[in-house]
Design a protein around this ligand. Structure first.
Ligand code: NAP
Length: 259
């Protein structure tokens, strides 16, 4: 299936590893030029080269922190008129809410709510003027069913989801859609570090935690980031102009509800 986005330009945030990188690769395979950001320059440049070599599209690596004004300005200077924006950042740490002060909350909100909103603000009017735009926010299955130790993530991402729910209905008549993808457990560095913490705090081995988590997932395994990237590419496709304000779980059946 040709997704109809060859030659489009995409900004993909937090894209040197994991889900962001998978989205960048899937879009690049569809012929989309990529401007990608992450903080660690060498890892980012290696990922950019990998995607460039695999697909032949133009890939621009912008090293920086998407939660900062300077980082976002550098990203927008490298790609001033994106057709596609994939919002992503690192997830906040687990813990008990009694340990989190105002600064901890502001950090989580900056990464998982405010940075995406500011990037949408900077790009959406141009998309409307050009009559094509696709915004995808990588959030979390925690928006649908909260994870107790990830209260910072539950709170910040649900704030973004509420904001997007209103805006997505205002842009769609201009062929600009805004949707959220809600990953369950995907085999990335982030998941592996969460598992290491779970193993340590519960006195189990990493292998035992992985086995239990596989059992708790109806699919019997973790998701492959490539599966996530392909969903992102479809939601960004020319065929997806009637899909907006959506929250798409991709979690191997983990969410237990009917709806
Ligand atoms: P990951 O493997 O840890 O990769 C995170 C990526 O984001 C890296 O490229 C990292 O590079 C970059 N990054 C982090 N903070 C950044 C910042 N402030 N500015 C720019 N780049 C930044 O994480 P992932 O598993 O792909 O997760 C992506 C998002 O999905 C996270 O918010 C995570 O919480 C959420 N999520 C993941 C899962 C899962 O199972 N994997 C499930 C639910 C939700 P640098 O560190 O070099 O900047």
């Amino acid at each position: 299936m040709d997704l109809g986005i060859r030659g489009r330009n995409a900004i993909v945030c937090a894209a040197s590893r994991g889900l962001g990188k998978a989205c960048a690769l899937s879009l690049a395979r569809e012929g989309v030029n990529i401007t990608m950001m992450a903080r660690t320059k060498e890892v980012l440049e290696a990922a950019a080269k990998e995607i460039r070599d695999a697909t032949g599209v133009r890939v621009t690596a912008v090293a920086g922190d998407v939660t900062t004004e300077a980082g976002r300005a550098a990203l927008l200077a490298a790609c001033p008129a994106p057709d596609i924006l994939v919002n992503n950042a690192g997830g906040p740490p687990p813990g008990d809410f009694r340990e989190w002060d105002r600064d901890t909350w502001v950090k989580a909100l900056d990464a998982n709510m405010i940075a995406p909103i500011l990037l949408i603000r900077a790009t959406v009017d141009g998309m409307i003027a050009r009559r094509f735009g696709r915004v995808v926010n990588i959030t979390s299955s925690a928006v649908k069913h909260p994870i107790d130790i990830l209260g910072l993530s539950n709170g910040a991402r649900t704030g973004l989801t509420g904001f997007v729910a209103g805006l997505a209905r205002k842009t769609v008549s201009h062929n600009v859609t805004i949707n959220n993808l809600l990953p369950g457990p995907f085999d990335t560095d982030r998941l592996r570090s969460t598992i290491a913490i779970q193993a340590k705090t519960s006195g189990r081995t990493v292998e035992e935690v992985v086995r239990d988590r596989h059992r708790a997932t109806p699919a019997g395994r973790f998701g492959d980031p490539a599966e996530f990237g392909e969903l992102c590419a479809f939601v960004c496709s020319a065929h997806a102009g009637f899909i907006t304000g959506g929250n798409f779980l991709i979690d191997g059946g983990t969410y237990p509800g009917t709806l």
